[in-house]
Design a protein around this ligand. Structure first.
Ligand code: PMP
Length: 358
């Protein structure tokens, strides 16, 4: 049988991979180490039992949107929700990118911004960050002037570097961007400021968020954006009808009633992140400052890949970024429970000193 060839522009693309390996300590995908509150589970189960499964769900997810809007102090028609912030990004790109258009990213950053843009047929202009991974504003100016992107992506805190974009930079990029500025705040709650406060109807600014991290709901696949209502109305035309199933709408709406619990977890993870950073700073590694729930680091005397494998031999799985462009020898660890973090620190100390893999 002859295999049908895919679109010419897709044939060279690779998929997005994150290995899932059975280990004792899983610190590779920036999830929350905690289950959602028990009261959330109970309320969710109770509401699930009342769902009319023979009917389509609320197509506009109005209760969920209203809940998200209330949390952020915006209007419900400034909220768009989808299956994870990845689908939010995909819908944005399907609506505004596509063949003949350009999307700008500043590398290294979240790989899916460029990847999904390419899937829509858009060109990707990859600007470079400075050696410390901060945004080089002269480079931003140059890329935007040369390529006139319909979407400029920033990510704050940036994945995989952990760097929080200073407010002055976001304002400056917004002022010079010829199209939309999308600030991906998947880790926004772990940082000390948010671009949500800059959203208004007259600004082409969009902020994306997710329930996957701070809300302990990666298993539910729910994300959203806050942006001007004219943009949300366009996205509503593009996204598939009934894309948010009834269970997910309930899960998200109920999660929003547990803001205090969520904030307590964020505080705990931030304090653990600072504990881990301080401990790692005494080891033979360069630690990049993080405003997220993960830390990027680079071992100085042992190759990153070797350290990653030695950690795996101790049943500790972290993210190997050493093969990614601009990130040679870099590894990324997600903040876990206090016990998991201790196991990681012990394994890392051993991995950095052992001559041969144990
Ligand atoms: N943006 C960034 C920067 C991320 O790191 C992630 C998760 N890896 C996402 C978006 C997607 O998150 P989700 O689809 O789970 O909401």
């Amino acid at each position: 049988m002859t295999r049908v060839p895919v679109r010419d522009d897709l044939s060279a693309l690779e998929g997005y991979h994150s290995p899932q390996v059975e280990v004792d300590v899983r610190l590779n995908t920036n999830e929350s180490p905690f289950a959602p509150p028990a009261a959330w589970r109970d309320a969710f189960a109770a509401e699930l039992s009342r769902v009319e499964w023979n009917r389509y769900p609320d197509r506009s997810a109005s209760a969920l949107r209203a809940g998200i809007a209330a949390v952020h102090g915006v209007l419900p028609d400034q909220v768009f929700a989808a299956n994870g912030s990845n689908e939010v990004l995909q819908t944005l790109l399907l609506t505004y990118a596509g063949p003949g258009r350009t999307v700008a990213t500043f590398e290294p950053t979240y790989q899916l911004h460029g990847h999904i843009a390419r899937l829509t047929g858009a060109a990707v202009a990859e600007g470079e960050r400075a050696a410390d991974f901060s945004l080089d504003m002269a480079q931003v100016r140059k890329v935007l002037a040369a390529t006139s992107p319909v979407i400029t992506f920033l990510c704050s805190p940036n994945n995989p570097t952990g760097l929080v974009e200073p407010e002055a930079n976001v304002r400056e990029v917004l002022a010079m961007a010829p199209g939309l500025l999308v600030v991906d705040e998947a880790y926004g709650q772990f940082a000390d400021w948010s671009a949500v406060g800059l959203i208004d109807e007259d600004s082409p600014l969009v902020v994306t968020r997710t329930f996957s991290k701070t809300w302990s709901m990666a298993g539910s696949r729910l994300g959203y954006l806050i942006g001007p209502s004219w943009l949300v109305a366009e996205l509503d035309k593009v996204v598939l009808p009934y894309h948010l199933d009834a269970a997910k709408q309930i899960a998200g709406r109920l999660a929003l009633t547990f803001v205090d619990e969520m904030e307590a977890r964020v505080q705990f993870i931030v304090s653990e992140r600072d504990r881990l950073s301080a401990a790692m700073a005494t080891m033979d590694v360069d630690v990049f400052p993080s405003g997220a729930n993960f830390i990027l680091f680079r071992p100085r005397c042992v190759a990153g890949k070797v350290v990653w494998q030695r950690l795996l031999d101790h049943s500790v799985l972290i993210r190997d970024c050493s093969g990614w462009p601009r990130l040679s020898d870099c590894l990324r660890v997600t903040i876990g429970t206090a016990g998991e973090n201790d196991l990681f620190l012990t394994a890392l100390a051993a991995a950095l000193t052992s001559k041969v893999a144990s």
